[in-house]
Design a protein around this ligand. Structure first.
Ligand SMILES: [Mg+2]
Length: 356
């Protein structure tokens, strides 16, 4: 009897429910590839999710699918058990670390296959429905009135932490929006995080940080571009507003590169996205390095479908979480895969599928 694992891959495209304004322009659809592992009568699944223009390992579908086939072939040819495969992915496919989205998909397929119940990627209290994760609400960029509407809706829904994308339209307008929000909801009621996606420069960033500090903003993600290493280091030291690195983590693949970034820049926080920041194993390394340096972190999804999102949430729950995570669900896509996640106010929960 042939019991060797069989990996396959299938492309999917999801349509956004609204034109999603991101730092990479306006998106209308989202591409992803699902890796399925079938062996011994059960299946594992993992999502390879890319953001065009942001994921460095994605150039076009032909190139990306070529790499996927190569990885699938290597996995199918290896005479290793699933547990051995998970432990030796980097030996088997030495350049997999340069393809964090594919690494994440393979790791999830193996982990879900190895997990004791269907629907689990990680076996923990959250995944089993016994605890919840607090998340921040995300305010999408757009016309000021639309942004205000989103804020009112999120606060009514019960969020106490909101994240605003800034540095995209006009700062004066964005500043006014946050000022208005602060006028109605003081820091005891609402924590405000902002994400500049590298949108500011040496010429304006300090003035903006001072304005944000006056509004009691909790933290700012990526105030300036990734290549502004010295400026980022200076801003972290000045700590006008605590700095969180996000895009800066993307080009750090090896342990030495990760250590060098954290020690040179010294951020207050790092934002961890498994699809962009090294998959499960890469993010585990980031967390170890951050913890040893007293750097805070939270995990965030990166426009994954419900499959990848579920895996990220279960992964986050492997750690004691003392900060709200960036794991918003629902409403993003017109169609999505069914999953066990649900949201009540700002509390994300997961339940395992019930078998009749
Ligand atoms: Mg960000």
């Amino acid at each position: 009897m042939d019991v060797s694992p069989i990996f396959t891959v299938q492309k999917h495209e999801l349509a956004f429910n609204f034109p999603a304004g991101t730092s990479r322009g306006v998106l209308t659809t989202k591409k992803l590839w699902l890796i399925t592992l079938s062996a011994e009568g059960k299946q594992g699944i993992g999502e390879c999710s890319i953001i065009e223009g942001l994921s460095p390992e994605y150039i076009n579908d032909v190139q990306y699918e070529g790499k996927l086939s190569e990885v699938i072939h290597a996995l199918n040819q290896a005479s290793l058990s699933e547990a051995e495969l998970l432990d030796s992915l980097d030996l088997l496919i030495p350049d997999l670390l340069y393809f964090p989205s594919i690494r994440f998909g393979v790791e999830c397929a193996l982990r879900s296959w190895l997990a004791p119940s269907h629907g689990l990627f990680f076996d923990n209290a959250f995944a089993r429905g016994e605890s919840a994760i607090q998340i921040n609400g995300l305010i999408w960029m757009g016309a000021p009135e639309w942004m205000q509407d989103q804020v009112a809706k999120k606060i009514k829904e019960g969020y106490s932490v909101l994240k605003f994308k800034i540095g995209a339209i006009d700062w004066k307008q964005e500043h006014e929006i946050i000022q208005q929000v602060r006028k109605h909801f003081g820091p005891e009621l609402l924590t405000i995080r902002v994400d500049a996606n590298g949108g500011f420069t040496a010429a304006n960033v300090r003035q903006i940080l001072n304005q944000l500090r006056d509004l009691n903003v909790h933290s700012i993600e990526q105030p300036v571009a990734v290549n502004e290493i010295d400026l980022l280091a200076a801003l972290c030291k000045e700590a006008i507003v605590p700095i969180a690195l996000d895009e800066s983590l993307i080009p750090c693949y090896t342990l030495a590169e990760k250590v060098a970034l954290l020690d040179r820049v010294g951020p207050q926080f790092i934002i961890l996205k498994p699809s962009l920041h090294g998959g499960v194993s890469g993010v585990q390394t980031w967390i170890e390095l951050a913890t040893a340096r007293g750097i805070g972190w939270w995990m965030t999804s990166a426009l994954e479908s419900n499959i990848g999102l579920t895996a990220v949430a279960q992964f986050a729950a492997e750690y004691p979480l003392n900060l709200p995570q960036g794991l918003g669900t629902g409403g993003l896509f017109a169609t999505n895969f069914t999953c066990g996640l649900s949201l009540s106010q700002d509390q994300l929960t997961h339940h395992l599928p019930v078998h009749g």
